[in-house]
Design a protein around this ligand. Structure first.
Ligand SMILES: NC(=O)c1ccc[n+]([C@@H]2O[C@H](COP(=O)([O-])OP(=O)(O)OC[C@H]3O[C@@H](n4cnc5c(N)ncnc54)[C@H](OP(=O)(O)O)[C@@H]3O)[C@@H](O)[C@H]2O)c1
Length: 472
C-alpha cells in the first residue's frame, strides 16, 4: 500500500511517521514544505516530495500512485483569514487526490458540534466537509478528537504547568464544561488502523476516553503528580483574561491559549460510537494513564514532537535568503586555540532550556519575561530534548532554521519584535563566528536595535567567549 502523509513535521505527524515506518506493508511518502526537517525519516526509508498544498504541481507529484492519503494540515498560525486558506488547501488536496485515483483520505479534526463550535473548530469542520465532498470518487475517514494528552501536546503542557506552578488554582468557570480527552498514542492507533479499515463510504469517527471536565482533569493531574492543590473556579469575564491566565503560567502564548480555551468553553464530547463499531480492538486508555505516559516520556527525554514544532506561517522566514537582507549585523569571532571544534559545536547545540545561555542568564530571563508579557513564547518552551536538536525544533524563543552537524547552527527569532532576527554560529578553520542579524520593520525596528544594542552587545560578546571557554 502506498501511503502519503502530509504534516509529518507537526505534533501528530511526527509520531505517525514513526508508526507508519514500522509498517512493512506500507510504502511511505511524505509531503513537506521543507525536506531538511525530515531527513531522519528519509534515511529510514520514507520518500519525500517537497511542496505546499497551495502549489498544485507539487501536490500532483505527491499523490501519484498513492492508495491512502493522510491530511494533517492546518493554517491556523497564519492569522487572519486562515479559514479561507484552510478551505483552499483542503480543496486542492481533494482535487489532486481524486484526479490521481487515491482510494481514501484520512483526516483528523476536532470534537464538537457546529452550533456551539469555536471559530477554529468551525474551520476544522469545514475542512472535513470539503474533504468528504466527493463520496462518488473518494472515501474519507474523518476522525475527530478532543483534547489530546501526550508529552509535548499544548493541552498537556498547560495542565502540567498550571498544576506544577500553582498551589492554589483559580481557573475560570468554564473549567466545569464537559470534554473527552484522549491519549496521543490512542489517536495514533486509530490513525494507523484507519488506512486498513474495511468499510464502504465516508465515515465520521469520534474518538476519546472518559467524559470529564477540565476541572477534573486538573484534579487528577495533581493526584498523579503527587501535588496537593486547591481549586477554586472564578468568574473570569473575558476570553482575553483567561488566555492571559494561561499565558502567565504555561509555555503557550496567548493566541494558542485562546484557541484552546475557545475550544473547550463549550462541550466537546463524542457524538457517535463509530470508534467502537469500526475499531473494536482499540480500547482507549484512561486520562490518568495518558498523563502517566506523558510524564514518563518527559522524564526519560523521549519527547518525539511538541505543539510548537510546525513552523506554520513562519516557514518562509527560515530560508537563508532572508538573512542577506539584514540591515544590522553584529559579528563576534573567537579563535578556538587548543579547543576542539567538535566540542565547541557540541556546546553550541546544548544552549538554552534548563542549561541557559552560559552567561548573563538573568538578562536572558528578563528578555524572556518581556517577550511573554508581549504575548510571545518567552523562554518557557525550553528545549524538546536536552541533548539533541533538529531543524524545526523550538529552543526558548528561537527556532532552529538550519543545522549542519559540526559546522553551522542558525536560529530564527520567534520573539515579538519590530523586525526579524537571526543568530548564527559557525565553526570552521579554527574559529567560532557568532553573528546576530536584524531586519528592522520601519522606524520602530531601527529604534529597537539602537536601544537594545548597549545590552545586547556585551551579552553576545560574552556568549561567544563562554562557548569557547566552557568547551575546554
Ligand atoms: N494537536 C492536537 O492537540 C490536536 C487535537 C485535535 C485535533 N488535531 C488535528 O490534528 C491535525 C494535525 O494537528 P497537529 O497538532 O499535528 O498540527 P501542527 O503540529 O500544527 O502541524 C501542522 C503541519 O501542517 C504542515 N502544513 C501547514 N500548512 C501546510 C501547507 N499549506 N502545505 C503543506 N504542509 C503544511 C506543517 O508543516 P511545517 O512544519 O512546514 O509548518 C506541519 O507539519 C489537525 O487537523 C488538527 O486539527 C490536533
Amino acid at each position: 500500500m502506498k501511503v502519503l502523509l502530509t504534516g509529518a513535521t507537526g505534533y501528530i505527524g511526527r509520531r505517525l511517521t514513526q508508526r507508519l515506518l514500522e509498517d512493512k506493508d506500507a510504502e511511505l511518502r511524505l509531503f513537506e514544505r521543507d525536506s531538511r526537517k525530515v531527513t531522519t525519516y528519509t534515511s529510514a526509508g520514507a520518500q519525500v516530495v517537497e511542496g505546499d498544498t497551495f502549489n498544485k504541481d507539487s501536490l500532483r507529484e505527491a499523490v501519484k500512485g498513492v492508495d491512502v492519503a493522510y491530511y494533517l494540515i492546518h493554517s491556523m498560525e497564519a492569522g487572519r483569514g486562515y479559514e479561507k486558506l484552510d478551505r483552499l488547501s483542503a480543496q486542492s488536496f481533494l482535487d489532486a487526490c481524486t484526479e490521481a485515483g487515491v482510494r481514501r483520505i484520512v483526516y483528523l479534526g476536532g470534537l464538537g458540534v457546529k452550533e456551539t463550535a469555536s471559530k477554529h473548530l468551525l474551520s476544522r469542520i469545514e475542512v472535513g466537509e470539503v474533504l468528504s465532498s466527493r463520496p462518488d470518487r473518494i472515501q474519507t475517514i474523518w476522525l475527530r478528537a478532543g483534547i489530546i494528552i501526550g508529552s509535548g501536546s499544548a493541552s498537556f503542557e498547560i495542565i502540567r504547568n498550571i498544576v506544577q506552578k500553582l498551589p492554589v488554582m483559580t481557573p475560570p468557570m468554564w473549567v466545569k464544561t464537559l470534554t473527552q480527552p484522549i491519549a496521543v498514542d490512542d489517536v495514533l492507533e486509530y490513525l494507523t488502523a484507519a488506512k486498513d479499515l474495511s468499510v464502504k463510504g465516508n465515515q465520521v469517527v469520534d474518538i476519546g476516553s472518559e467524559r470529564m471536565s477540565f476541572q477534573e482533569m486538573l484534579k487528577q493531574a495533581s493526584d498523579v503528580m503527587g501535588l496537593s492543590r486547591i481549586l477554586i473556579p472564578m468568574l473570569l469575564p473575558t476570553l482575553k483574561l483567561s488566555s492571559y491566565w494561561f499565558m502567565m503560567f504555561t509555555p503557550v502564548p496567548t493566541r494558542v491559549a485562546s484557541r484552546l480555551i475557545e475550544g473547550i468553553r463549550s462541550e466537546t464530547v463524542m457524538q457517535n460510537d463509530n470508534a467502537r463499531r469500526h475499531f473494536p480492538d482499540i480500547v482507549p486508555m484512561s486520562y490518568e494513564e495518558a498523563l502517566r505516559r506523558a510524564l514518563r516520556e518527559i522524564e526519560e527525554n523521549q519527547v518525539i514532537s511538541r505543539w510548537s514544532d510546525s513552523s506554520a506561517g513562519e516557514v518562509s522566514d527560515m530560508v537563508d535568503g532572508d538573512i542577506a537582507e539584514a540591515v544590522f549585523i553584529d559579528t563576534q569571532t573567537m579563535d578556538l586555540g587548543e579547543v576542539r571544534a567538535e566540542d565547541v559545536f557540541s556546546t553550541i547545540t546544548h544552549l538554552g532550556g534548563h542549561r541557559g545561555w552560559l552567561r548573563y542568564n538573568v538578562l536572558w530571563r528578563i528578555r524572556g519575561v518581556i517577550d511573554k508579557l508581549l504575548g510571545g513564547y518567552g523562554l518557557a518552551r525550553g528545549r524538546r530534548d536536552p541533548e539533541k536538536l533538529r531543524i524545526g525544533d523550538s529552543l526558548d524563543f528561537w527556532k532552529v532554521a538550519d543545522l549542519v552537524e559540526g559546522k553551522r547552527l542558525l536560529l530564527v527569532s520567534q520573539m515579538v519584535l519590530p523586525g526579524k532576527a537571526w543568530l548564527e554560529f559557525t565553526v570552521a578553520e579554527g574559529k567560532l563566528t557568532q553573528t546576530s542579524y536584524f531586519y528592522p520593520n520601519g522606524i520602530l525596528g531601527r529604534l529597537y536595535w539602537y536601544v537594545t544594542f548597549p545590552f545586547h552587545a556585551p551579552v553576545f560578546r560574552s556568549l561567544a567567549d563562554a562557548l569557547v571557554e566552557s568547551s575546554k
